[in-house]
Design a protein around this ligand. Structure first.
Ligand SMILES: Nc1ncnc2c1ncn2[C@@H]1O[C@H](COP(=O)(O)OP(=O)(O)OP(=O)(O)O)[C@@H](O)[C@H]1O
Ligand SMILES: [Mg+2]
Length: 318
């Protein structure tokens, strides 16, 4: 069966910088497919190639079976694209409703449902009360919601969302998430680029983690987390290296990582059995424990184990 997104060693460089490096992706109809990665990972560059806005340096990509380089028109007719940032400044003197109506017309939303779709999109993003305001007066968050309203007007086979909730408040994010899940139920395939772990975890049934232009690992969030370990014990101590060395060869340790925040993460099959051992080894070696917690691995642990860095920290630094 033809996938909705299929890429084969997709590559793009800018000068000597490899922004996307031999990427193989595959998304099926009905997927909410995630590209998760830190700033500069290559998500937007990938999306720009998939939406025919940027030519690949090498490799190939097909959307709904159409080649992005050879059949760009056919690809464009099947996709909706909400960009990471849109230069609305050019239209500052338009009202929100006018922008959405223009978009609806550009996307050939049939006249008879246009008014309804425009209202629905504005309402969904909480913009109906502001529909008649000039967008030059809009805040950053309102612009973002307006971008989204525009991308949701027609019902494309593939909806591409580049960081749709970046910088939005929690309430708006949750509304958008619910809407994306609703679109899936209507049979729309979604490609979602994000650097929010919770967003990828909550929405995507399949995702590829990207770092430095490369695919680090792919799978469903559950698969990826299970592959890490059943439990992760997080230890804050004054001597993280010594703790790591002390437990390195214990049979119950699946993996250990020293995080950028100087915590030791110990990946184990069963934390309730491993915890007493961590405590007694720490006491025996006088390791000065400050805090010990345990939980199930998150996508952050998946990223950490595969790249040696924390996605969360990279976000904060951005
Ligand atoms: N037009 C361009 N010219 C030169 N370099 C570029 C260009 N576009 C992207 N890059 C570089 O390619 C790399 C990938 O950038 P990209 O925008 O795809 O990352 P991203 O994952 O979308 O990041 P973010 O989360 O910040 O949006 C970066 O190193 C970036 O500087
Ligand atoms: Mg981007």
């Amino acid at each position: 069966m033809t996938g909705v997104i299929e890429t084969d060693s997709l590559t793009r460089s800018f000068g000597d910088r490899l922004a996307v490096d031999r990427l193989d992706l595959r998304a099926e109809a009905g997927d909410i497919f995630g590209l998760l990665g830190p700033n500069g990972a290559g998500k937007t560059t990938t999306i720009r190639m998939l939406t025919t806005l940027l030519t690949p340096s090498s490799g190939a990509a097909r959307i709904c079976g159409f080649d992005v380089s050879r059949e760009p028109g056919a690809v464009r007719r099947r996709i909706g694209y909400v960009m990471q940032s849109v230069p609305w400044q050019v239209n500052r003197l338009l009202r929100a409703r006018e922008i959405v109506e223009i978009e609806a017309a550009l996307h050939h939303v049939p006249q008879r449902v246009r008014r309804e779709r425009v209202d629905e999109a504005l309402d969904l993003l909480g913009l109906l009360p502001h529909a008649d305001r000039l967008i030059g007066e809009f805040s950053g968050g309102m612009h973002k919601r307006l971008d989204l309203a525009c991308g949701l007007l027609h019902r494309p086979e593939l909806l591409v969302l580049d960081e749709p909730t970046l910088g939005l408040d929690v309430q708006s994010r949750h509304r958008i998430w619910d809407y994306i899940l609703g679109l899936r139920d209507e049979g729309v395939t979604v490609l979602l680029a994000t650097n929010y772990l919770d967003e990828a975890d909550r929405l995507c049934n399949r995702l590829t983690i990207m770092d430095n232009g490369r695919s680090v690992v792919s799978g469903s969030p559950v698969e990826l987390k299970h592959a890490v370990a059943a439990d992760v014990i997080q230890v804050a101590t004054s001597s993280p290296e010594r703790l790591r060395d002390a437990i390195a060869h214990e049979p119950w340790v699946k993996n250990t990582i020293l995080t950028d925040s100087n915590e030791v993460h110990i990946y184990v099959k069963d934390a309730s059995q491993a915890l007493p051992a961590v405590m007694s080894l720490s006491l025996a070696n006088d390791l000065g424990l400050e805090r010990v917690t345990y939980t199930q691995p998150s996508l952050d642990d998946v990223f950490l184990l595969h790249t040696g860095r924390e996605l969360r920290d990279l976000e904060v630094g951005a």
